[in-house]
Design a protein around this ligand. Structure first.
Ligand SMILES: [Zn+2]
Length: 441
């Protein structure tokens, strides 16, 4: 089965092309050697194939064959040099890329691929978390966050607050347009994760007004002002609470008689005991205007060789969703899902070939964040193929690891020109069956 047409590489790439074409060009026309589209698409192609030297190889191919894969696969008419590529991308306002995230999300929705992501009827988990993708003792731009160390030295960094739709049973995560954690010119106060989250919530609402969301996040987000923002935008939440930051709430819970705390115990096949406890309608804090929340906690107990009970996992959360015997286990799975944004998204971007922390260039304005966005979009393409494209899935199976697959694809596109992405994948699956244009140099 082939992916639905609107989720094929060609169609996704056309969507990206039209967003890149719509980016306003403020340069004087006499100075334009390369179009914004070609620069952005070339940058995207490097991230897509996880290859910083892609452009040089394709240029060589173009010299030898009058054609290359940037042209056939990505619609790049003129390959920019590295310096020009950086100069052009540095000037692009990052918000210009917002529509593409919504577009791909809607395509998945239309293809009914989102249904399997529902935690409850019509409700999806949206995990939010911050990550740092650039850090340097000397390279910096006006958007950099700064840290002054004890020895007086200053280091510079870029961070982002990422939101992604996920489900406990699904390996793939669906990224939404992230919010940059950045300093603005002339503002001496450092931006932070929670402020970025406050900006992001209404943006997500605006992009997806009909979507039922449960925001999931760590202890940083389980504070009243932020929870109020989340609720005001018509969302739900499951946020971690830690005893040290929620003393009043914990004392309140501790004051209950044990029999007044709802409890569910399940012993699984490995003889581990899962203990779920919950109390609805408790104050979040000691303020006179405290909101009420529903509290739940969970632990896993295993027996060691000597028959002693060992707690191997425990955590606590608050939510606005009413907790019952029927939904408590699902809520715990939803709350625990949070790690996926680190594991399946950030770790993949940092360590699994994308090299998000690799220095492609820093720029003076938007370059650093725009490279992050292009990498995230490449990741988004690959997540979509994992979910929907059987040809891609067959390749994943054949090559075992992602690393192996991409190494092979990179090697092929350095020496051969492919008409389409499908042509490349089919060739990778059964090289002998497919003819490709090849002339020895
Ligand atoms: Zn910077």
């Amino acid at each position: 089965m082939n992916p639905k047409k609107h989720l094929s590489f060609g169609s996704l790439r056309n969507g990206l092309s039209s967003v890149f074409h719509d980016i306003p060009d403020t340069r004087e026309s006499v100075k334009i050697d390369y179009h914004i589209h070609d620069a952005m698409m070339s940058g995207f192609a490097c991230m897509y194939f996880q290859d910083p030297s892609l452009l040089q190889f394709q240029e060589r191919l173009r010299d030898a064959e009058n054609r290359d894969n940037l042209q056939t696969l990505f619609g790049v008419s003129n390959i920019p040099k590295d310096t020009q590529l950086r100069e052009i991308i540095d000037e692009v306002e990052s918000e210009q890329l917002t529509p593409i995230f919504k577009d791909y999300f809607s395509r998945l929705q239309r293809g009914k691929h989102l249904l399997q992501y529902q935690l409850f009827d019509g409700l999806y988990i949206c995990s939010i978390d911050g990550t740092q993708y650039f850090n340097s003792p000397n390279i910096h731009c006006p958007s950099c966050l700064t840290t002054t160390h004890e020895n007086g030295e200053i280091s510079y960094s870029h961070k982002v607050l990422q939101a992604a739709i996920m489900h406990p049973d699904m390996r793939q995560v669906i990224p939404l347009m992230p919010e940059e954690i950045r300093n603005t010119d002339g503002d001496s106060k450092q931006d932070c994760e929670i402020n970025a989250a406050k900006r992001l919530i209404p943006k997500i609402k605006k992009a997806h007004p009909q979507l039922g969301l449960i925001f999931v996040g760590d202890d940083l987000f389980s504070k009243q002002p932020f929870i109020s923002d989340v609720l005001a935008a018509g969302n739900h939440f499951i946020f971690i609470v830690k005893p040290k930051d929620h003393k009043y709430l914990m004392e309140w819970i501790d004051a209950y008689d044990k029999e007044d705390i709802n409890e569910l115990r399940i012993i699984d096949q490995k003889e581990r005991i899962h203990i779920y406890e919950w109390v609805n309608n408790v104050p979040l804090n000691g303020r006179a205007d405290s909101i009420n929340v529903n509290f739940f906690r969970y632990k896993i107990i295993t027996m060691d060789k000597n028959g002693n009970e060992i707690v191997t996992y425990k955590n606590s959360w608050v939510t606005d969703l009413e907790i019952s015997r029927e939904n408590i286990a699902i809520l715990v799975r939803g709350g625990r899902c949070r790690w996926k944004i680190e594991n399946e998204c950030f770790n993949t971007l940092k360590n699994q070939g994308y090299h998000i922390e690799h220095n492609y260039g820093h720029g003076e304005k938007k370059l650093c964040f725009n490279f992050f966005l292009l990498t995230l979009l490449a990741f988004f393409f690959h997540q979509i193929f994992e979910l929907t494209d059987h040809l891609y899935q067959a390749c994943r199976k054949k090559f075992g690891s992602k690393q192996n697959l991409w190494q092979t694809l990179r090697a092929y596109i350095r020496i051969l020109v492919f008409e389409t992405w499908e042509h490349l994948l089919n060739f990778a699956l059964t090289p002998r069956k497919y003819k490709v244009s090849f002339q020895p140099p």
